[in-house]
Design a protein around this ligand. Sequence first.
Ligand SMILES: NC(=O)c1ccc[n+]([C@@H]2O[C@H](COP(=O)([O-])OP(=O)(O)OC[C@H]3O[C@@H](n4cnc5c(N)ncnc54)[C@H](O)[C@@H]3O)[C@@H](O)[C@H]2O)c1
Length: 313
Amino acid sequence: MRLLVTGGAGFIGSHLSRRLVEQGHSVRVVDNLSTGFRHNLDAISADVEFVEGDLRDADAMLDVCRGMDAVFHLAAMGSVPRSIKDPRTTYEINVTGTLNVLEGVRHNDVGTIVYASSSSIYGDSHAEFKDETQPFNPISPYGASKASAELNVLAFGRAYGFNALALRYFNVFGPQQNPEGTYAAVIPVFITHALRGEPWTINGDGRHSRDFTYVANVVDANLKALAKAPSVDPVAMNVACGGSISLLELSDAVREYADAAGVEPVHGPERAGDIVRSRAAIDLAAATLDYEVVVDWREGLRETVAWYRDGSA
Ligand SMILES: NC(=O)c1ccc[n+]([C@@H]2O[C@H](COP(=O)([O-])OP(=O)(O)OC[C@H]3O[C@@H](n4cnc5c(N)ncnc54)[C@H](O)[C@@H]3O)[C@@H](O)[C@H]2O)c1
């Protein structure tokens, strides 16, 4: 199939693009390289058509969708703290940018869109598990933008008759996730500090918990979504492992796998917009896509530590 991956130079998008190429698909990537890197696609550079383009450019999104059978829409401004600092740009990229992609899909008769949604749309809830019957309750501009984009993806699918699925990822991690910068995700930051023998900072008391999801599971869910989309009405579903791992537990595991026994992490202040607990029910994806966890968080963490240590997983 001819497939477009928006955000394909990013962390998750580059893993997905690699699997799609391995499966023999013809892959086009569009990315503005704001948080992604060309080198993430080095292993498949000869097999991928790379287009440097911005979601906010409506004409570019019309062009880039031409001739595609399906679009995986992953490009986004993907950080909670950054969205609190700059809600307008978050909205322009994540909401209006998604509208531009949807117009590209609609006007080019693309059959399917699979959208990278987020657990952040649920916000904080006291329920043990977050399932898809729970309402949107985002607590950051990022979460609100992902909820809004998701609604648009599903509504456009229904209104214009194309296949539309939204996969709500929960805290994804793995090789190639960027450990640098103010807005880096927690796992690559912990790992790179541990490998250097330097203390890492846990925001808050460490009892915040997450459903950390190794990237191979997310790639697998996207492949299954592509295959199943024609037989499923537009719907959103969680993609995660169904686990609840506290930052303290994560920190201990990183210390063990990175052989950093002597290093003590330090505690910093809680971050604004951070959800306290986040754990997914994954029954809907299991029923709809035959989704199942292919790599659990501990195995994924070991592979990720090995990648940061050796440069390969
Ligand atoms: N990483 C996670 O834990 C997680 C969790 C839930 C949802 N998601 C979603 O998954 C998707 C991918 O996230 P990621 O972790 O790979 O992040 P990432 O930052 O590595 O990837 C995002 C990619 O989009 C590109 N991009 C950003 N703005 C753009 C624009 N205006 N035009 C074109 N390209 C643009 C970036 O350059 C980057 O390559 C995002 O939609 C994010 O919201 C991620």
